[in-house]
Write a protein that binds this ligand. Structure first.
Ligand SMILES: CCCCCCCCCCCCCC(=O)SCCNC(=O)CCNC(=O)[C@H](O)C(C)(C)COP(=O)(O)OP(=O)(O)OC[C@H]1O[C@@H](n2cnc3c(N)ncnc32)[C@H](O)[C@@H]1OP(=O)(O)O
Length: 149
């Protein structure tokens, strides 16, 4: 199934319990982001619109903004699979410049776990499946109290 059709079958994630993030919090106006989950899979999804304030080079979304959104969506897949964890390492490959004001879609999933380490991958595509960035990271499970849960 093709994005964004695939997203129509997903459940928008209620973000009312997670409101203060600099990536997805309601206080910031630079990034419009809606998370989604699929009750039948362990993946986590986001639809993202980077406004012009996120640009680095003129008209192009800053790589750090892209990395931040990928990081949070990757972290969230870990939380939602009941493995609260922090980012230990994150690698992002940028495949083509992302223009500002263009809607893109992120899909993240847990690839494997090894002890406390959770290997997570992500990708960012547009509605035509063109790949803008992909990512991999190692997240390390930590006790809830260490991350304010
Ligand atoms: C609306 C959606 C809602 C969703 C809910 C909320 C979502 C929120 C999403 C938020 C998203 C944003 C998320 C954020 O931004 S999280 C914020 C950014 N990240 C941090 O602040 C992490 C800072 N670092 C640490 O706290 C510690 O260094 C950690 C916890 C990572 C490890 O220190 P600790 O003393 O505890 O453990 P250990 O040293 O015995 O290591 C344990 C294992 O890990 C392996 N290891 C360690 N480092 C690395 C490395 N760099 N590469 C590869 N491997 C590494 C290590 O070899 C060992 O493996 P092994 O020898 O056992 O095999």
């Amino acid at each position: 199934m093709k994005i964004p059709d695939e997203f129509q079958h997903l459940t928008p994630y209620n973000m009312n319990s997670y409101t203060d993030s600099f990536v997805s919090g309601k206080q910031q106006k630079y990034i419009e982001l809606q998370y989604y989950r699929d009750e039948n899979s362990l993946k986590f999804y986001a639809r993202v619109l980077f406004h012009v304030e996120t640009q680095g080079a003129p008209g192009i979304v800053h790589g750090g903004a892209i990395a931040s959104v990928l990081d949070e969506t990757m972290g969230a897949v870990s939380f939602l699979n009941k493995m609260p964890a922090v980012t230990a390492s994150l690698t992002v490959n940028y495949h083509r410049p992302l223009p500002v004001e263009k809607t893109v879609y992120i899909i993240t999933q847990v690839e494997k776990t090894e002890g406390r380490k959770i290997y997570i991958i992500g990708k960012m595509v547009d509605k035509n499946q063109r790949l803008f960035a992909d990512s991999k990271g190692i997240f390390v499970k930590v006790p809830n109290e260490r991350i304010g849960l």
